[in-house]
Design a protein around this ligand. Sequence first.
Ligand SMILES: [Ca+2]
Length: 423
Amino acid sequence: MALRPTAAISAAIAAVALISGCAGSRPDPAPAPAPAPAEGAPLETRPGNGAGYLPAFPGQTRAAGIRNGAAVDVHVVTQQLNMPWAVEPLPDGRYLVTERAGTLRLVSADGQQLLSVAGVPTVRSQGQAGLHDVALDPAFASNGMIYLSYTESQPGGYSETLARAKLLGDAAGARLENVQVIFRQLPVMDSERQLGSRIVFGNDGKLYFALGERGEAVAVGQSQDLRSHFGKVVRLNSDGSVPADNPYVGRSDASPEVWTLGHRNVQAFALDATTGKLWAIEHGPRGGDELNLLKAGANYGWPIISYGIDYSGTPIGAGITQRDGMEQPAYYWDPVIAPSGMIVYHGTLFPQWQGSILAGGLTGLKLVRLQMDGDRVVGEEWLLQDPPRRVRDVQQGPDGAIYVLAEAGEQSPLLRLTPRSGG
Ligand SMILES: [Ca+2]
């Protein structure tokens, strides 16, 4: 596939130059070179689980492998985090980090001080359940509002819940004020599995919340049921109300919050701030992790179509990978990477990574970079493999550095990635 400089890349360069010029702290970067076409053999060499499954188009899986696209320095900001789940760099250089057991940490810029933020809602912490994502309001710098997702005990089971609050604090302490629940996943279910739970704000100012299918036999099929929030991405105003232009508003057979359907368990979700597109990566079963470009009202097919198979070794449903009216993934992995956390990179520090997707892998023990040509993946690179890292979240900081939250029990690190000095 020919690789050509895209309008998106040109726009990204222009945007970066503009931001840099405003800040006045850094010389305008030289225009980034167009990414070189990737030509290596695919990095994945193990056999797939879906042995008889064929991709729907060339390059949908096992793209050309890239090795050492950029040399990276890895700096440990702190390694005192206890089973963290999400990180959000703040404009002032500090970091918010969620810990799954229910603590929200405010980490100083130098990583030396870890405050526990008071006022976090009580969470159900068991299995995959707990305190999950944290996101900043688009106007955080002026209003201090943050959003938290977490598993909440309810009569009859648990819901994945979204709350917002104002973050207040200084070096002496931090707290949440006016905590307000703005959304609960329904139906309530007695399951602590496959909860999804990534929050992203779009360029339209709307809040997008990815929700899992809960992994219980009794819930199979609800990803296709518009009345259920299982296996959906929902779209909300920042106060939790439903935007009037949501795709299923006004239908008696649908929850008006639904924006996309047919997901299994989205745990990596990001805005491409340059194009405005929303990308998500969801866990497949055995095989079949999917990168999807999300479009209003679209159906991503689970559990009707999949490139994976059941953990027992049997097919999913009828064992098909395509159906009319259902979206194909832009890319899939078999064996899985077990996605968790992603960004579409648009910073100045790694000019050769402009527009790349960077995603964490839990079982793959690595950071995955996907080189993009428009909406297609044209190359795959594996980073942070030495030592292997179980990556839980990936974010870009205001400085263009890449922040990676890795999972290592009670001594989990927050890592800062920058280009290798002199490299
Ligand atoms: Ca799918």
